[in-house]
Every structure is written in structure tokens, then in C-alpha cells.
Design a protein around this ligand. Structure first.
Ligand code: FAD
Length: 472
């Protein structure tokens, strides 16, 4: 069988298929790039650990930590620094500390919120009045913006929820599906009639100190040497897999009824496959499946993507004009700045900058703001520096600057995404042995992509168990 795409989803699929816990599956992984990892890309330069793409993953979703444990990486996991636990929102000309008790953007304690300067008094009253907002009767999907505006008011949406939540998807709150992105919140509304009531109830039910994984790890974790350690560890376990690097798959063709597929690889003889996992972005899978089924290709190709860039800057600590006492800040879209957010990487994590230096990362682009990626690297560095100067007063010259561009990198789960996904799965069932996996479908975060990759391996095994022959 063939896995196309060596990002975290494809690597997880190939890893699971090569494990001895099930019958062995002969597997080839084909990756277009000259390296594995996809969006996961760590560079080490002069003692700085620079994440080009993701810099951490959620510990609450267990698949990331579980995989690290299986790969013997548990000792390499690190949590966020407990010394600098603040996060800020840039609003009306200054950084405001986010009130304590924010669970994924939503206040679990109202007191700190009411004391914070982030919302006006009418905005705070509207947020507190959430408890009286009637439950929505329709079951249909809704935009993230529509949902939170209805429940918490416009100000809370624009000033807090939007920058925190849409940052994860680099998306537009008015278009992203609440059910596909944060299903927990509509579930809370359905079950308790109010988010505030549900949160307060959960606080009362929670034991004084947490137990299990959530108590052990901070909400976000990473690896000491950067997330590429995960890619290296996975790669090290693929000895039973034929890995073809720097080879682009151009199409998947049928070999006739029950004869499997032919995977066309640029510059190589086609690969015969009785099953294929397409762990590429959805638009990539669309192109590959076009010869097999133009309808499913059209459905996959309709999942839109946003483009982003990260700019990482290293500075000398001596005389640095900001105390960097926090994890960084987010910027609401309504502020109209170039940056989406900034992480103060060397404060948030240990092992990120050499002694005497600090590391800051800035995010640019996102849905509707992608024109910025047409600028040169130098211009992106200048844009980031201009906002850091304006917001934090940082005027120092960086000793290191690195730009990473991510065109069409973030799949957008628009309103109705789950219905579209169900339709894709139904249609794909007409192509026995063909599976899709990755960020475009059931979660964009690293743990979700790992789960999806592992899940696709299970589906391949189940398909083989049903009687298909097993060959390369
Ligand atoms: C800037 C940025 C920051 C992020 N931050 C975080 C974060 O902090 N935490 C988090 O959990 N998530 C984060 N994410 C999201 C997360 O990194 C991605 O969703 C995830 O890594 C995607 O994995 P994947 O395997 O689905 O796809 P990819 O990583 O895109 O892998 C797909 C692979 O398929 C290959 N490919 C494509 N077409 C072909 C072809 N025709 N033939 C062969 N190979 C092909 C590509 O080269 C690529 O290697 C971030 C993403 C970005 C861009």
C-alpha cells in the first residue's frame, strides 16, 4: 500500500502500518519535499531553536503525548514556563493582560474579567448577561462569530474570542464553523442553556487539584529541541517502510475492478497499490483523485485554505527594552495591524535561545489578509519589527531574523464543514481502499492530525481484513 505525504498525518499512518501489533503491511511513503515533517519544521541556528511552523501542541488531546510516549520522547516533552504565565491582548493602543480563568478563550471566572480593562462596562454587562440568553433551537451549524456574538455580545467576540480562537485557524470568525472548530461550546449551550452556567458548574464539580494528564502537563507542550524531534523519532521507526523523498505523486489511477490502484510518481515507474492513504492537503488529494472520480475531487478541492507566514527574531538580552514577562500577545482583527499575534518564545519555553539572548516570533497573513505574503522577506521582517516597536516599544536590531512562508497551509473549516466531510466520506466509499487523512478534515492541530493518520491506518487494516489481497 502507499501513503502519499510525509507530514505528521502521513508519518503517523506509515508508523502505525509498520508496527508489529497487526499483520505486517508492506508500505511505501512518498513525499514531494526533500524532507519529512510537512508543516513541522524546526531549525537550530546559533543556539536558537526556531520553529518555522507549529511550536507546540495541546496536551488535552491525548494523541500527541501518547505518540511521544510510544516513541520514547516523554522525557523530551516540556511545558510552558510557569514563571511568565501571562498572555496579553493588544487593544486600543496598549497590551492588556488576559484575565485569569480563560479556558480556550472563554472566561471560566467572571471576577477577573469584570476587573480587566479589556471590555467596556456595557461589554462586561453583556458578557455577564449570557446566562439569560435563550438557547438556540435550531440544530444547524453556525459561524463562530455568529455563535459568540449571540451568546456573549459583540465586544467580547471582537476583543477576546476572535483573536484567541481564530488565531488557531488563521481564519475569519464570520466564516468558520463553530461545530467543526469548537464543538464543545454549542454542546454546552445545548446541555446547559448557557456557557457561563456550564462553566461555573464544571468548576464546582472539578476536584481542587486536577488529576491525570491535564494535571501533569501544561495546556500546551513541546519538545526540548523543537517539534522536529517528533518527526525524527517517527522517521527512525519507519525501517519497514520504503520512504521515497523528493518524489511528487501526480495521480492515482484504477487498475480495474478489484485490481487495486496505480500511483503515478514523477520521474519513477508507477507504484502498484491495493490501498492508498492520501495525507496531502485536500487540494492535493483533489488533484490526485481527479482521474478516478471528478466529483470527489471537486468536493476535496472546495475546502479553502489560508496562507500565513512566521517571522522569528533573536535579540541580545542585555539592555533589551521589554521585560517579556509573558507568553506573548494576540491582536484583534478590528485593530487593523499587520500582525496576528506574537509569541515571546524564550519566555514561554525553556531551551529556545542561547544564554544572553531572547527569541520572539510573529505571525502574519491569515484568511483575507494574505496579500502580505507577496512582500519580500526583508519587508516581512520590517513589518513585524514595526508592530513590535509600536506595541512593545522594541527598537533594538535583531541579531537573527528568519522568515517562513506557508502558502495555502491552513484549511478553513467553513460553516457546514461537517456535512461536507460526511459527503466526502460517503463518496470516497465508492473507491475501496482509498483514504484521506490530515489537517483538512477532522482537526488542524498536531494531535488531531496524529489521530487522523493513525485512524487511516486502522481503516486500511480493516479494509485488508475484509479480504483484499495485500501487496506493495
Ligand atoms: C505557521 C503554522 C503554525 C501552526 N501552529 C500550530 C501549533 O502551534 N500547534 C498545532 O497543533 N498545530 C499548528 N499548526 C497546524 C499543524 O502544524 C498542521 O495542521 C499539521 O502539521 C498538518 O499536518 P498534515 O500531515 O495534515 O499536513 P502537512 O504537514 O501539510 O503534510 C502534507 C505533506 O504532503 C506532501 N505532499 C503534498 N502533495 C504531495 C504529492 N503530490 N506527492 C507527495 N507528497 C505530497 C507535502 O509536501 C507535505 O509534506 C500550524 C500550522 C502552521 C502553518
Amino acid at each position: 500500500m502507499v501513503v502519499v505525504g510525509g507530514g505528521i498525518a502521513g508519518l503517523s499512518a506509515a508508523y502505525a502500518l509498520s508496527q508489529p501489533d497487526g499483520p505486517p503491511v508492506a508500505c511505501t511513503l512518498v513525499e514531494a519535499d526533500s524532507r519529512l515533517g510537512g508543516k513541522i519544521l524546526t531549525e537550530q541556528t546559533d543556539g536558537f531553536v526556531i520553529e518555522g511552523g507549529p511550536d507546540s501542541f495541546l496536551s488535552q488531546k491525548p494523541w500527541g503525548i501518547e505518540l511521544c510516549r510510544k516513541l520514547g520522547l516523554e522525557d523530551r516533552l516540556i511545558g510552558t514556563s510557569q514563571k511568565h504565565r501571562k498572555t496579553f491582548v493588544y487593544s486600543k493602543g496598549r497590551l492588556h493582560e488576559l484575565p485569569e480563568g480563560l479556558a480556550l478563550g472563554f472566561p471560566t471566572r467572571l471576577g477577573p474579567f469584570l476587573r480587566s480593562g479589556l471590555l467596556s462596562w456595557p461589554g462586561k454587562l453583556r458578557l455577564g448577561a449570557e446566562i439569560f440568553v435563550p438557547r438556540r433551537r435550531e440544530e444547524s451549524d453556525e459561524s463562530m462569530g455568529g455563535f459568540f456574538r449571540r451568546r456573549l455580545g459583540r465586544e467580547a467576540l471582537e476583543r477576546i474570542i476572535e483573536p484567541l480562537m481564530t488565531g488557531i485557524y488563521a481564519g475569519d470568525a464570520e466564516q468558520l464553523s463553530i461545530r467543526a472548530t469548537f464543538p464543545r461550546f454549542p454542546d454546552m449551550e445545548r446541555e446547559h442553556g448557557s456557557l457561563v452556567r456550564s462553566m461555573l458548574g464544571a468548576r464546582m464539580r472539578r476536584p481542587a487539584s486536577g488529576t491525570g494528564e491535564c494535571a501533569r502537563w501544561t495546556p500546551f507542550v513541546t519538545l526540548q529541541g523543537g517539534l522536529s524531534e517528533l518527526v525524527q523519532a517517527l522517521t527512525g521507526r519507519l525501517s519497514a517502510v520504503k520512504v521515497r523523498l523528493g518524489r511528487r505523486v501526480t495521480a492515482v489511477r484504477s487498475c480495474g475492478a478489484a485490481q487495486g490502484y496505480e500511483v503515478l510518481v514523477e520521474g519513477e515507474a508507477p507504484l502498484k497499490a491495493d490501498a492508498v492513504v492520501l495525507a496531502t492537503p485536500a487540494f492535493g488529494a483533489a488533484g490526485l483523485l481527479e482521474p478516478l472520480d471528478a466529483t470527489v475531487a471537486g468536493m476535496l478541492g472546495a475546502i479553502p485554505y489560508a496562507s500565513t507566514a512566521t517571522v522569528t527574531l533573536g535579540f541580545r538580552r542585555a539592555g533589551f527594552s521589554h521585560d517579556l514577562d509573558g507568553y506573548g500577545f494576540v491582536i484583534p482583527r478590528i485593530e487593523g495591524r499587520a500582525l496576528l499575534a506574537s509569541t515571546w518564545s524564550s519566555s514561554k519555553w525553556g531551551h529556545r535561545a542561547p544564554d544572553g539572548s531572547v527569541l520572539i516570533r510573529a505571525y502574519l497573513g491569515g484568511a483575507g489578509r494574505e496579500a502580505v505574503l507577496e512582500r519580500s522577506d526583508q519587508e516581512l521582517v520590517e513589518l513585524a519589527r514595526a508592530d513590535l516597536r509600536h506595541i512593545m516599544g522594541v527598537t533594538e536590531e535583531p541579531v537573527m531574523a528568519r522568515v517562513f512562508r506557508w502558502p495555502r497551509a491552513m484549511p478553513q473549516y467553513l460553516v457546514g464543514h461537517l456535512d461536507r466531510l460526511a459527503a466526502i466520506e460517503e463518496r470516497l466509499a465508492r473507491l475501496p481502499g482509498v483514504f484521506v487523512a490530515g489537517a483538512a478534515y477532522r482537526g488542524v492541530g498536531i494531535p488531531d492530525c496524529i489521530r487522523d493518520g493513525l485512524g487511516s491506518a486502522e481503516r486500511v487494516r480493516a479494509y485488508f481484513d475484509k479480504g483484499s489481497s495485500r501487496s506493495l
